[in-house]
Ligand binder design. Structure first.
Ligand SMILES: NC(=O)c1ccc[n+]([C@@H]2O[C@H](COP(=O)([O-])OP(=O)(O)OC[C@H]3O[C@@H](n4cnc5c(N)ncnc54)[C@H](OP(=O)(O)O)[C@@H]3O)[C@@H](O)[C@H]2O)c1
Length: 335
């Protein structure tokens, strides 16, 4: 891929952009995460094709974190290399996010939610990516020991110092999210987005978190909307393909692909086929059925998976009886 990259001139013609809560920021209905497939252990040219395909189809939002790899930090280095190789001329068309909150370096300052950790970590992330600022910076998980006031003040400082344009929260339970939103508003740096896990196999955000986001005017970007690949045709025939995430040994363990889940996934696949969709497309369209859902945050090991997700944004709306049938299938599987 030595020819200079020129983005597809038609890139803004397919995918819709949705406003993140009450903010001025719009995100593509599909965003691409670099948690897997972009580490130092992965093939650079494959990641490059995936990112080019995404941007060529209007996916302007790329999600990172300090610890993505492996090894930790290497996904940000890969993204820095992709910016230098291909995307630098398009910086003002990109929303690049990073996070800190999980273990990153040894000692008391490389984890959780202190001001010391968040600011030092973001400075490292900016260096790895070769950026002056990120568009969104998240606190990756709540810290039970650091005062919430300190963590939120650190996020506000990160914005006022020019290191990030917006702040977000991830993995916060509803009560804490509401308190954090109030603090951030008081500090003049409103939270623009929450990043929780959400899919057909994990609806835990529906009773409390989604109402909290609506009340607070915060957008929502759902991570692992395909349950790391379980909600696709990857494992449908009961076999674990060698090149799949479950086979590579990491966060998705073969034992998570249980007979009960497979049975439900096959029934969902029948519904998808009757609608002329792949299972992945239907699973993503199902997450996007909420008007308040800003974006689905997918992972992809190859360009075709990005295209599948882009196509999901064109799926027809669900009829009430189909939604009810889906509810019945997934209800017994909820965590
Ligand atoms: N905030 C947090 O705590 C948190 C936690 C987790 C993730 N995230 C973010 O969310 C992003 C997405 O998470 P995720 O990777 O778990 O998302 P996901 O979309 O649920 O799973 C992605 C995986 O599913 C498979 N896949 C995707 N599309 C497919 C298709 N059309 N057909 C068949 N298989 C398909 C691929 O696996 P194969 O390798 O098997 O091809 C792909 O790597 C991450 O990159 C990260 O940015 C955030």
């Amino acid at each position: 891929m030595n020819t200079p990259y020129r983005a597809n001139p038609e890139r803004y013609s397919t995918i819709p952009y949705r406003r993140s809560g009450g903010s001025g920021l719009k995100l593509p209905a599909v965003s691409l995460g670099l948690w897997h497939n972009f580490g130092g252990v992965d093939r650079f040219e494959t990641g490059r094709e995936v990112v080019r395909t995404a941007f060529d189809h209007g996916i302007t939002h790329f999600d990172l974190a300090n610890n993505y790899g492996p090894p930790p930090g290497s996904a940000e280095e890969t993204f820095g290399a992709l910016l230098r190789a291909d995307l630098r001329p398009y910086r003002d068309e990109l929303i690049i996010s990073s996070k800190a909150g999980y273990t990153m370096w040894p000692g008391p300052y490389g984890d959780w939610g202190s001001r010391k950790y968040l600011i030092a970590s973001l400075d490292q992330s900016l260096k790895r990516m070769g950026l002056d600022y990120v568009d969104i910076f998240y606190h990756h998980r709540p810290d039970p020991e650091t005062p919430l006031e300190e963590t939120m003040a650190a996020l506000a400082h990160i914005v006022s110092s020019g290191r990030a344009l917006y702040v977000g929260l991830s993995n916060y339970p509803a009560g804490l999210l509401r308190r954090a939103a109030t603090l951030l508003r008081e500090l003049g740096t409103p939270c623009v987005i929450d990043q929780p896990r959400y899919s057909l196999l994990d609806r835990h955000i529906e009773p409390e978190i989604l109402p909290a986001l609506a009340d607070e005017g915060i957008g929502c970007i759902a991570f692992s909307p395909l349950a790391q690949g379980i909600l696709t045709d990857r494992y449908l025939n009961g076999h674990i393909p060698e090149d799949s995430r479950a086979a590579r040994g990491g966060f998705l363990k073969p034992e998570q692909i249980t007979p009960e889940r497979l049975d439900a996934v096959r029934r969902l696949n029948d519904i998808a086929q009757a609608r002329g969709l792949t299972l992945a497309r239907m699973a993503l369209a199902w997450v996007l059925r909420h008007n308040a859902m800003t974006s689905v945050l997918i992972g992809a090991s190859r360009p075709s998976q990005v295209l599948d997700a882009v196509a999901a944004t064109q799926a027809a709306p669900f009829e009430a009886e189909v939604l009810a049938e889906i509810d019945r299938i997934v209800a017994p599987l909820q965590p």
